[in-house]
Design a binder for this molecule. Structure first.
Ligand code: KIV
Length: 270
């Protein structure tokens, strides 16, 4: 399909690093959120497998399914007019090796209007990243904390700069157009960002990255009960939980008291 006019491309995202322009990325899982992110000037929209936690209420991302990913990606790609829609490939397609990974990534690109995929994991995923790139599918890498390996590694800040650099270089060499750095000690994320020619997109990895990504639900306290439950790396820009619960409370009170609906919200003789 022809690219939408005015739309960003992965090449432009890559170029932003050379120009010293920071890259703003947010997750989205449906059409209205993607359209709002696009209208706000976000550069790329990630259909994260985080939908398994923030939308489905699971405790890890491991339960995300490929069919569900495609369902969310279709809606997001429709809302992304300028921003680059990128789709996280859920566990375990890329862990199964290059062939399964190419099959899953190709399905995502055939069945949605997404532009690129995200593949989690460092050097041990390099062969898979290379195969997907060679199939003509742009890949965003993902190094540092790997939520798809949480049962083996736990959620820990990544503090081994040599391992991190080796992983990122392997992914860059395999052809990724950019790489997410998740929960990396900020000095090391900055050092790695300077050594890579592709952009780094940080989450919990400090200001030295070439761009930032946040989960929409963290930005707006949409899933959490209290802002204090927001992950350390996120900033709550608006408290939608509070706004929505208060608004719904008013609606309930109005229904109970008879204040809703009024004549203005009802159909009369004319
Ligand atoms: O699934 C997701 O939302 C992600 C981001 C946190 C980078 O992988």
């Amino acid at each position: 399909m022809a690219s939408k006019s005015g739309a960003l491309s992965v090449l432009k995202i890559r170029k932003m690093k050379e120009l010293g322009e920071k890259i703003a990325v947010v997750t989205a899982y449906d059409y209205p959120t993607a359209a709002m992110a696009d209208a706000a000037g976000v550069d790329a929209i990630l259909v994260g497998d985080s939908f398994a936690t923030v939308v489905q209420g699971r405790t890890t991302t491991l339960g995300a399914k490929l069919e569900e990913t495609i369902y969310h990606a279709e809606m997001v790609a429709r809302g992304a007019k300028r921003a680059v829609p990128i789709v996280d490939i859920p566990f375990p397609y890329c862990q199964l090796g290059p062939l399964e990974a190419v099959r899953a990534c190709a399905r995502v690109l055939k069945e949605t209007d997404a532009t690129a995929v995200k593949i989690e994991g460092g050097a041990k995923r390099a062969e898979t990243v290379r195969a997907v790139v060679e199939a003509g599918i742009p890949v965003l890498g993902h190094c540092g904390l790997a939520p798809q390996s949480v049962k083996a590694t736990g959620y820990r800040v990544q503090r081994d700069v040599d391992v991190l650099l080796a992983n990122c270089l392997a992914i860059e060499e395999a052809g990724a157009f950019a790489v997410v750095l998740e929960c990396v000690q900020r000095e090391y994320a900055e050092e790695v960002s300077k050594k890579l020619s592709i952009p780094t997109i940080g989450i919990g990895s400090g200001a030295g990255c070439d761009g930032q990504v946040l989960v929409f639900h963290d930005l707006f306290n949409y899933a959490n009960q209290e802002p204090s439950e927001t992950p350390k790396h996120a900033r709550v820009y608006r408290d939608l939980h509070k706004e929505i619960v208060e608004g719904l409370g008013e609606y309930v009170a109005d229904v109970k008291s008879g204040a809703f609906p009024g004549d203005a919200e009802s159909f009369g003789a004319k």
